[in-house]
Design a protein around this ligand. Structure first.
Ligand code: SAM
Ligand code: SF4
Length: 464
């Protein structure tokens, strides 16, 4: 598999789409509402749109698509950093090799179990496990043992992790097969930037300096049997319009070559990080307005691909972009190994970057529920084998909606019973009652009422 990103072609597309015709933009917006996605050329036109009236039409279309496909659900997860040793030197990251002042940590299995218990006590069922890239301190054997440890760790009152997604350095197809055998959910990896020159500057040394090895990782993951893959770009390194087109070309290439596109797209924006020059002054900062625009356009271009927003963003921005297309969020996150169990004063010198949203998981859940979003801890698709192409086959005709809404409500009910603060419990019960009343099909309402009652009586882990 070779490098398939041609910088010149992306630059040309952006030049050709400058100052787009009003009617042409409106036609593309209308087309996006058919939920069949957009071509790279059409997406370039939307990215070059600056007219405030047309931008409003873009936001409205994105809202409609998000609501139509995902409803009000927001799936929650917690990141778990297990080690911060790294042999790369990414100029934007606090874990970079040349950061001599960082407290380097590789958690033991006992420490990982302790961290997992702390995350479970917040009500999380989904983890994203991460670490730096290091041959001995973050080997694949170590990482797989960490996954096994996390799945096996339960709290006395029934806390458990039901799905572990992973975000680690690219590997060979046989190694991806080993990772798959450890029962991972999605394999996530960000290209950081699709612009070759910028990539080279930002990754001066270490294995990550190889652009093509990273770009083709998702193809090897699929070859190794991992059919849910998540791509992403780190916004702030290069022109955001270029990066959105890079993401889209990546998605389309995966669809063409592997029969299924990415399960998720992540849209991290550069945050300040300890001793990381490119994070302290980003080369191409992305404004809040540009960020909202890129979220909306990605939603229109790849309507069935989930979009992940982390706690890098502030509560205000998170709230603003939920309705424009976000389907998964992290909450109550720590980016330093040991951060869920250690005193917060120790965090800074071991963290990857600073957080924009430092609220607890319960505070985030209270806030999103009050705004009418359903916090979901659902892991049903992955556990029932609805992944990769099977997932897309269900999602595209709208069938997945039916499962997702009910599963979101049931897992939220579990959260309310087991972990919610009194004020979140109150808001949550009100929201569930309203959702039940709005459930149109009498049969679905009956099943939901019965399941919610069973959860109230102590049953757990119900899903359809
Ligand atoms: N080390 C692996 C890698 O680089 O792919 C695992 C993931 S790394 C721990 C997680 C991601 O954090 C990186 O891919 C990068 O996009 C992001 N990141 C690093 N520094 C950041 C910063 N200062 N602000 C926001 N995101 C950052
Ligand atoms: Fe290491 Fe990943 Fe940070 Fe780069 S982004 S220095 S590879 S942890």
């Amino acid at each position: 598999m070779k490098d398939f990103i041609r910088d010149g072609e992306i630059e040309d597309l952006l030049v050709k789409s400058e100052s787009p015709d009003h009617k042409h933009v409106l036609d593309i917006i209308e087309k996006s509402k058919e939920l069949k996605g957009l071509t790279v050329e059409e997406t370039a036109v939307l990215l070059q749109t600056e007219d405030p009236e047309l931008l409003q039409a873009i936001f409205e279309a994105a809202r409609e698509i998000k609501q139509g496909i995902y409803g009000n659900r927001l799936v929650l997860f917690a990141p778990l950093y297990i080690a911060n040793y790294c042999s790369n030197n990414c100029l934007y990251c606090g874990f970079r090799r040349d950061n001599q002042d960082l407290n380097r940590v590789a958690l033991t299995m006992d420490q990982i179990a302790e961290e997992v218990r702390a995350i479970e006590r917040e009500g999380h069922k989904r983890l994203l496990m991460l670490c730096g890239e290091h041959p001995s301190r973050s080997s694949l054997d170590y990482f797989i043992e960490a996954i096994e440890t996390a799945y096996a760790t339960r709290t006395d009152d029934g806390g458990e992790i039901r799905r572990i997604n992973v975000e680690i350095a690219p590997m060979s197809a046989p190694d991806f097969r080993r990772l798959k055998a450890a029962s991972i959910g999605t394999y996530v990896l960000f290209q950081e930037t699709y612009h070759h020159e910028t990539y080279k500057t930002m990754h001066p040394s270490g294995p990550k300096a190889d652009f093509a090895w990273r770009l083709t990782a998702m193809h090897r993951a699929q070859e190794g049997g991992i059919d849910d893959v998540g791509i992403g770009a780190l916004f702030g390194l290069y022109d955001y319009r270029y990066e959105v087109l890079g993401l889209l070309i990546h998605a389309r290439t995966l669809e063409a070559d592997c029969g299924v596109g990415p399960h998720t797209i992540s849209i991290p924006r550069l945050e300040p990080a300890f001793n990381a020059p490119a994070a302290i002054s980003p080369p191409c900062p992305v404004s809040d307005d540009e960020f909202k625009k890129l979220v909306a356009i990605i939603r229109m271009a790849v309507p069935y691909t989930g979009m992940i927003l982390s706690t890098r963003e502030s509560p205000e921005i998170r709230t603003a972009v939920f309705e424009l297309g976000i389907s998964q969020i992290s909450a109550g996150s720590r980016t330093n190994p040991g951060g869920y169990t250690k005193d917060s004063s120790e965090n800074f010198r071991a963290a990857q970057f600073n957080l924009g949203d430092t609220r607890t998981a319960d505070e985030v859940i209270h806030d999103i529920a009050i705004r009418g979003h359903i916090p979901s801890f659902c892991t049903a698709c992955y556990r029932l084998g609805r992944t990769g192409r099977d997932f897309m086959d269900l999602a595209k005709p709208g069938l997945i909606q039916h499962f997702c809404r009910s599963n979101a409500m049931m897992t939220f009910k579990e959260y309310l019973m087991d972990y919610a603060s009194p004020r979140t419990l109150e808001v949550g019960e009100r929201l569930l009652a309203q959702l039940l009343a709005e459930t149109e099909k009498p049969e679905t309402r009956r099943i939901l009422e019965e399941r919610l009652e069973r959860i109230e009586q102590g049953e757990r882990d119900l899903f359809i």
